[in-house]
Ligand binder design. Structure first.
Ligand SMILES: [Zn+2]
Ligand SMILES: [Zn+2]
Length: 145
């Protein structure tokens, strides 16, 4: 998605929940586009110079409610935020338990097909209606190893 298209989509999603696309919210989205992986509050503030923690915190809550931002927990139990897959693309995560970094890893077609079969079997066995999946590989990254 081009940046202009992305910002237009974010604006629409915010309006749909009765919110405005304020400069702070836009700056937060810009940082998440630039970092392109789930970032902690510290990483986000480092990357977005001049942003106040309290306003970033509130912005993330609103963006999450609008379905723009996805929140996950890092290996340290602290939140990480990234753009929602609806605005980027489906991917998985490499989670480093040593330094806490979470990297995106592209989802291969072959892995997706295997996961889809496993999901279909689980759905048939349980009556569960799957909508999506999340796959985080937890371990130690190349820098820490
Ligand atoms: Zn690491
Ligand atoms: Zn996948």
């Amino acid at each position: 998605m081009q940046d202009t298209e992305l910002h237009a989509t974010v604006g629409e999603r915010l309006r749909a929940v009765g919110q405005r696309y304020t400069p702070v919210r836009r700056a937060v989205v810009d940082v998440l586009v630039a970092t392109a992986r789930p970032v902690s509050m510290v990483e986000l503030l480092d990357a977005g110079s001049g942003l106040a923690q309290s306003s970033v915190y509130r912005s993330l809550g609103v963006l999450e409610e609008a379905g723009v931002v996805h929140r996950m927990l890092g290996p340290d139990g602290l939140a990480r935020h990234e753009l929602a897959e609806a605005l980027t693309e489906h991917h998985h995560h490499l989670v480093c338990t040593s330094c806490g970094t979470v990297e995106d890893v592209p989802a291969s077609l072959r892995l997706e097909q295997t996961v889809a079969r496993a999901v279909a079997q689980a759905a048939a066995a349980t009556g569960f209606r799957p909508q999506t999946h999340r796959l985080d590989l937890v371990g130690v990254c190349a820098r820490c190893d």
